[in-house]
Design a protein around this ligand. Structure first.
Ligand SMILES: Nc1nc2c(ncn2[C@@H]2O[C@H](COP(=O)(O)OP(=O)(O)OP(=O)(O)O)[C@@H](O)[C@H]2O)c(=O)[nH]1
Ligand SMILES: [Zn+2]
Length: 209
């Protein structure tokens, strides 16, 4: 178990309220009592009494991806199948925290792979996204980590990842641009070919559903 570990072994990709690491909750909460005081707040007023503990639990949830092995999640639902066309899962919601300000960035991920003998349970693709997103991240590394995990675990003929996110550190503070969206992409194998990549880009922009 890593230093980030929760007490529960049965995470199923999500943390339940009774499964927080209580020692870590207490430690983080005590810092937040100090932070509230430093902000000129009164941590003893009614509305703030439980805030340090709430924040500690929220932060553990928002970083619980450190405790889950994404490759193992994929391996849990890999099936031999003679299908060699592109599989695309698009519009996957993403919520992450930027590692510079620990403020949210959020948006969508669009993912495709071309099987090479094995397909994977569809739900596992968004699960992999969450496992890497629920950490302190930059969008570029998040994009690459998702690509590499799917590529290496499935041995796919190619993997494509496109992410479009809004960064609250650019909206609520700093440069204060409310409408800017950052797009990142990462490709392997067959997606390095212009025709295949264009088909993927067409599929994620098409309104098919
Ligand atoms: N490349 C990249 N940069 C990010 C991401 N999230 C936040 N940042 C940027 O990280 C940078 C940190 O820059 P600094 O100059 O050290 O921090 P800062 O003074 O708070 O910068 P400002 O946000 O410009 O006020 C900022 O430009 C952020 O916009 C991300 O996912 N990828
Ligand atoms: Zn930031």
């Amino acid at each position: 178990m890593s230093q980030h570990s929760f007490e529960s072994e049965e995470l199923d990709g999500y943390i339940k309220i009774d499964k927080y690491n209580t020692e870590k909750v207490d430690r983080i909460a005590s810092h937040y009592t100090d932070i509230l005081e430093s902000l000129g707040e009164d941590p003893k007023r009614e509305g703030l009494l439980k805030t340090p503990e709430r924040v500690a639990k929220a932060l553990q949830f928002l970083t619980h991806g450190y405790d889950i092995d994404a490759a193992e999640v994929l391996r849990g639902a890999m099936f031999e199948e003679d299908y060699s066309q592109m599989v695309v899962v698009k519009d996957i919601e993403v919520y992450s925290l930027c590692e510079h300000h620990m403020l949210p960035f959020f948006g969508k991920a669009h993912i495709a792979y071309i099987p090479n003998g094995h397909i994977v349970g569809l739900s596992k693709i968004p699960r992999v996204v969450d496992i890497f997103a629920r950490r302190l991240q930059v969008q570029e590394r998040l994009t690459n980590e998702i690509r590499d995990c799917i590529q290496e675990t499935l041995g796919a003929r190619g993997v494509a990842v496109v992410m479009e996110c809004k960064h609250m550190c650019m909206a609520m503070r700093g440069v204060q641009k409310q409408n800017s969206v950052t797009t990142t992409s990462a490709f392997t194998g067959a997606f390095q070919n212009d025709v295949t990549r264009s088909e993927f880009l067409r599929l994620i922009t098409a309104d098919l559903a």
